[in-house]
Write a protein that binds this ligand. Structure first.
Ligand SMILES: NC(=O)c1ccc[n+]([C@@H]2O[C@H](COP(=O)([O-])OP(=O)(O)OC[C@H]3O[C@@H](n4cnc5c(N)ncnc54)[C@H](OP(=O)(O)O)[C@@H]3O)[C@@H](O)[C@H]2O)c1
Length: 330
């Protein structure tokens, strides 16, 4: 089978397509033909080895695993002994976490992993965009932000994978959403359900004036110390991007009336992720949630996919398609 592999940290050019023997599922495992996989921020961190703490997960001196890719969607083509939840032919999607392996024509996953059935109405590339963005946006808004209908929420980085999902999910819940993005994405963010869009090149979204119950910084473009100026009493500041400051503020702000919250999707259990993936797939199948895709590229263009991610200006998700429908049919 073909895989996108890398053996040292570096620029997008360190990733190339190689051949590897087809893996066989063991007890409790399944082999999934990967029709789509996302290339996202964590893959870029794993590829470049930056920031430094990425190496704690991906390997201190060199990458531990040659194949990146956590989010996958595809069709099960082999199951090992003892598998009961799924069968050959099932359409599924899910996430492997830091183990990676999805940037390949096939991946072996445990049936106990964060993997669920994919409704027929949801495309493979849309499914991996759910894992890339909404799987983080949902618990941030629901658990971190305790978002309720009628609340005012500011989403910073509203056009990214996480942010574009956050805008839609918050609007869907009945929140009043203000999105922040650059000039190229203002229309997109408005179309996702934001009532107001602030172009960060034209104005400072954290200028005192408007007040929000939740400020969700999905790209790490702000600091709690500034954001608290626009937070309502009992308001919550959420960020996806770790720093020493936010780790400390998460603790100290518990004593105050405005909370700082950071969460890590990678640390959530598969049992916690599965119902969220099912809920998000149902939303997508019913048309109430539409994952945003920047580009969908063949496996051969995996380096190009990394380049787009590295710009920091993609809208939604970049996906690759290791197995195409054409290959599957032949
Ligand atoms: N804690 C967790 O569990 C967790 C989970 C997932 C992701 N993350 C982290 O979250 C971050 C975002 O991930 P992502 O994949 O959603 O990012 P992304 O898709 O790469 O975000 C790109 C978007 O951010 C926007 N943007 C860039 N600078 C901005 C600014 N100053 N203000 C507002 N918007 C800005 C860009 O809009 P324009 O092009 O219009 O500028 C672009 O559309 C990454 O650092 C990732 O590692 C953390």
């Amino acid at each position: 089978m073909r895989i996108a592999a890398y053996h040292r940290y570096g620029s997008p050019d360190v990733v190339g397509v190689e051949e590897r023997e087809e893996p066989q599922p063991g007890a409790g495992e399944m082999r999934v033909r990967v029709h789509a996989a996302s290339v996202g921020s964590s893959d870029a961190a794993g590829r470049s080895g930056t920031p430094w703490f990425a190496r704690l997960a991906f390997g201190l001196r060199r990458p531990k695993n040659a194949v990146l890719g956590s989010d996958f969607a595809g069709v099960i083509d082999a199951v090992g002994p003892g598998v009961t939840r799924f069968a050959v032919g099932d359409r599924v999607f899910g996430a492997t976490g830091a183990d990676g392996g999805a940037h390949a024509e096939a991946i072996i996953v445990s049936e106990r992993a964060a993997i669920v059935s994919l409704p027929d109405d949801v495309a493979f590339d849309a499914a991996v965009a759910i894992c890339d963005g909404a799987m983080t946006a949902l618990p941030f808004l629901r658990d971190g932000g305790r978002l309720r209908p009628g609340m005012r929420v500011l989403v910073i980085g509203a056009s990214g994978a996480v942010g574009s999902a956050a805008v839609q999910l918050a609007a869907q819940l009945g929140a009043e959403v203000t999105g922040v993005c650059g000039p190229a994405h203002v229309e997109l963010v408005a179309s996702l359900g934001a009532r107001r869009v602030i172009d960060y090149t034209q104005g400072d979204p954290l200028q005192p004036g408007a007040t929000y119950d939740v400020v969700f910084d999905a790209v790490g473009a702000s600091r709690f110390r500034r954001a608290r100026r626009v937070l309502a009493d009992r308001g919550r500041y959420l960020t996806t991007v770790p720093s020493w400051a936010i780790m400390l503020q998460q603790l100290t702000s518990r004593l105050g009336r405005r909370r700082a919250v950071i969460m890590f999707t990678g640390l959530r259990s598969a049992d916690a992720k599965r119902p969220d993936l099912e809920e998000l797939a149902a939303l997508a199948a019913s048309g109430r949630f539409a994952p945003v895709l920047e580009r969908v590229l063949p496996l051969d263009d995996v380096a190009e996919a990394h380049r787009i991610v590295d710009t920091g200006h993609k809208a939604g998700t970049v996906a690759i398609t290791p197995v195409t429908q054409h290959q599957e049919a032949s």
